[in-house]
Ligand binder design. Structure first.
Ligand SMILES: Cc1cc2nc3c(=O)[nH]c(=O)nc-3n(C[C@H](O)[C@H](O)[C@H](O)COP(=O)(O)OP(=O)(O)OC[C@H]3O[C@@H](n4cnc5c(N)ncnc54)[C@H](O)[C@@H]3O)c2cc1C
Length: 213
């Protein structure tokens, strides 16, 4: 199961998750982030020798990138609104939120940036399949108290995802290597002989597998 921790908690398990796994997953928080895409006929900033990449301490947009396709048409600028800036914008009606984002782009790239052909933004906090961005963090004490639960399988359920990674935590690399780790674990488990049903050991193993055998 490779979904963010808060989503792992929204599923129901039978048997229920062990207390330390439940406590660990409860102690996670996601950041707030808004991603905005501005589409123009062409990447006009390139003609001025600009890369499209910025970092700003003014906000609400605090970083931007040139997100145009390889051919360069259309021109696409991408901007992130993060943390307190994102919390503030998400309290505004949609039109005001768009105005604030476009104002930021105009500050960085000039008035032309205020008039994209198309504007799209996405609030990751409101995305029901993500619930926040860029990833979840464990709150202080969570890992020191419940660390062994991070990657421990629960019966047939093996946990993976960016937030189980010891290296590249919270990033794409971590998500991919954790997928490989969990797949290898499952392949190994499938090589084990099935427990004999009826023995004390068999019953324990069967109930841990959670598949009714
Ligand atoms: C805007 C943004 C920018 C980012 N930028 C970078 C970056 O530049 N570099 C980088 O390394 N990382 C970046 N990240 C982080 C990176 O995207 C994540 O670390 C990575 O995607 C996590 O992968 P994952 O497989 O753990 O989970 P996810 O990518 O969240 O995948 C989980 C999947 O499970 C699905 N799902 C959820 N619940 C259920 C359910 N109940 N049933 C079925 N399916 C379900 C979801 O729809 C989703 O497809 C960024 C993240 C965001 C949001």
């Amino acid at each position: 199961m490779a979904v963010p921790p808060k989503l792992k908690l929204r599923l129901s398990y039978d048997p229920a998750l062990p207390p330390d796994t439940e406590q660990l997953l409860t102690r996670t928080v996601h950041g707030t982030a808004l991603k905005a895409l501005l589409v123009f006929d062409e990447p006009f900033w390139r003609a001025k020798g600009l890369s499209g990449q910025t970092a700003s301490d003014v906000g609400p947009v605090t970083s931007t990138f040139d997100n145009s396709p390889p051919g360069g048409t259309p021109g696409v600028l991408l901007g992130f609104v993060l943390a307190r800036h994102a919390d503030e914008l998400l309290r505004l009606p949609e039109a005001q939120r768009k105005d604030a984002v476009l104002r930021s782009f105009a500050l960085l790239f000039g008035e032309r940036a205020r008039h994209p052909r198309r504007y799209i933004d996405h609030s990751w906090t409101e995305d029901p399949w993500t619930l926040g961005c860029y990833h979840a963090c464990y709150t202080p004490g969570a890992l020191t108290s419940y660390g062994p639960a991070v990657r421990r399988p629960h019966g047939l359920v093996h946990f993976a995802g960016a937030e189980t990674a010891a290296r590249w935590y919270g990033s794409m690399n971590g998500a991919v290597t954790e997928g490989q780790r969990a797949a290898a674990e499952i392949a190994k488990a499938l090589e084990q002989p099935e427990p004999a049903v009826g023995t004390a050991a068999g019953i324990t193993a069967a109930s841990a597998l959670g598949d009714g055998r």
